[in-house]
Design a protein. Structure first.
Lengths: 156, 294
């Protein structure tokens, strides 16, 4: 089956997609975008979080055909020509990364939160990141990174 | 495997009838797990995501007609006032990512005894609107919809069109036990609806029997005791002994098993506590409503 979808602003066409295939598989294995991570394949970990038509979803639970004609933004699409997105910079500066496997999903989830809420409270941050598991950091540095990104966003 | 993607409801019903081997997929939050883990290999996936009317809800003569494809996120943001019990349950589903994709119709299709939608639908006395191309539409009361573990009353050629849910006429509550707040499949869950307009009580039990179920004796007991004591009218406090006796009757209505998420004994105990608390919270809301009205 053929899947045509807009990924990070560019229309992409893929042939030979198996109808049970996930959007995550198409992104990683067919389009060479390995930023979204494949961990649990059941929506538990959030490592594969991408935007689908502007909403954060687990790409492992989206059938490839469901993305036909839609707009997908992956973690690779967040950085602009000027370098990393402020959320990404905040993750680096706060040391919110250890093994790094959960980072792309957390960056997309945090990006979505800050698009919707200017100055999120701690409970709002926790709620927004509740679908993303990290097994290294204990989350404290991740919360620091989101607070830092929010401060800078407010200052701009 | 084929991927069927109808653009209209008529086409969806025709495909459902032609392809009994097709598995309907809405948000994919249950179906894709089964595909990813090789637990199911249907002949086709029938994607209902492009059928516009499934994504709409409309007021319908004192009810909400909730299209089967409306997401949990929208139930929370758009229907919290009209359907407070369902919205409370929706807030406990998975994570933000799951609530954006997951739908009440999908929950009904999967018919897991642990599905979060089922207890509030039972407590509110919702009906499920199902349609086949050959025989048209019929309405199935939620209490008759669940027929076994992950089984429902749908015929092979039928699709779920909508859920018809009475707008709340009184306070509603939802409680759910799990190991954390997010990403939890209920160990057990309980929903309660007070229906002051007809002096009755609705209940729904989740994850404590082969199917979601009501606790009819507990409902009649609580409504009757409230009536006998004149409490519907006076809006006096709910006696602690009555709340406990109600909790015991809810627990007695369950038929739980031991499994990886909890033991049968724990589930029964948790249900009695949740039912007591839910009744107390809902009754306190009912009393506050009267003060607001006055």
């Amino acid at each position: 089956m053929r899947v045509t979808t807009t990924v990070n602003g560019t229309e992409r066409e893929v042939d030979g997609v198996w109808p049970g295939e996930s959007l995550l598989y198409v992104l990683r294995e067919r389009l060479g975008l390995p930023g979204s991570k494949n961990a649990c394949e059941q929506g538990e970990c959030g490592s594969c979080t991408v935007y689908l038509d502007g909403e954060p979803v687990c790409s492992c639970l989206v059938a490839a055909g469901q993305a036909i004609g839609r707009e997908v933004t992956t973690v690779e699409g967040l950085a602009g020509d000027g370098g990393l997105h402020p959320v990404q910079e905040a993750f680096v500066e706060a040391g919110a990364v250890q093994c790094g496997f959960c980072t792309p999903g957390l960056v997309v989830a945090a990006h979505d939160l800050l698009e919707r809420v200017d100055q999120p409270s701690d409970p709002e941050i926790r709620e927004a990141l509740a679908g993303n598991l990290c097994r290294c950091t204990g989350y404290e540095k991740i919360l620091d990174a989101v607070r830092l990104a929010a401060q800078r966003q407010a200052a701009r | 495997m084929d991927f069927l993607q109808p653009r209209t409801w008529q086409d969806a019903l025709a495909l459902r009838a032609e392809r009994p081997d097709a598995l309907p997929i809405a948000g994919g939050t249950d179906v894709m797990v089964e595909i990813n883990f090789d637990r199911r290999r249907p002949g086709a996936l029938l994607d209902l995501g492009r059928v516009p009317e499934l994504r709409e809800w409309t007021p319908d003569d004192g009810r909400v007609r909730l299209g089967a494809g409306v997401s949990y996120a929208r139930v929370i943001s758009e229907l919290g006032e009209r359907l407070p019990g369902l919205a409370m349950a929706a807030r406990t589903v998975g994570s933000p990512q799951i609530r954006i994709r997951g739908t009440v119709g999908g929950n009904l299709g999967a018919a897991s005894p642990a599905g979060d939608s089922h207890p509030p639908l039972l407590a509110a006395e919702a009906t499920i609107e199902v349609v086949s191309a050959a025989r048209g539409r019929r309405e199935i009361p939620a209490a008759e919809f669940y027929t076994g573990v992950k089984r429902n009353a749908l015929a092979a050629d039928e699709l779920i069109a909508a859920v018809l849910i009475p707008v709340a006429s009184g306070p509603q509550q939802f409680c759910k036990i799990g190991t954390r707040n997010a990403m939890v499949i209920a160990v057990t869950a309980f929903a309660l609806a007070l229906h002051p307009d007809r002096r009755s009580v609705g209940t729904g039990i989740g994850s404590a029997a082969p199917t979601p179920r009501r606790a009819p004796e507990a409902e009649e007991f609580l409504a009757g005791e409230l009536a006998d004591a004149g409490l519907w009218e006076t809006r006096g406090p709910l006696p602690e002994t009555l709340a406990r006796a109600f909790g015991d009757r809810v627990a007695a209505a369950a038929d739980p098993i031991d499994d990886v998420r909890g033991t049968a004994a724990y589930r029964r105990h948790a249900l009695s506590v949740m039912a007591r608390r839910a009744a107390t919270w809902a009754w306190n809301d009912y009393r506050t409503d009267s003060r607001k009205a006055a």
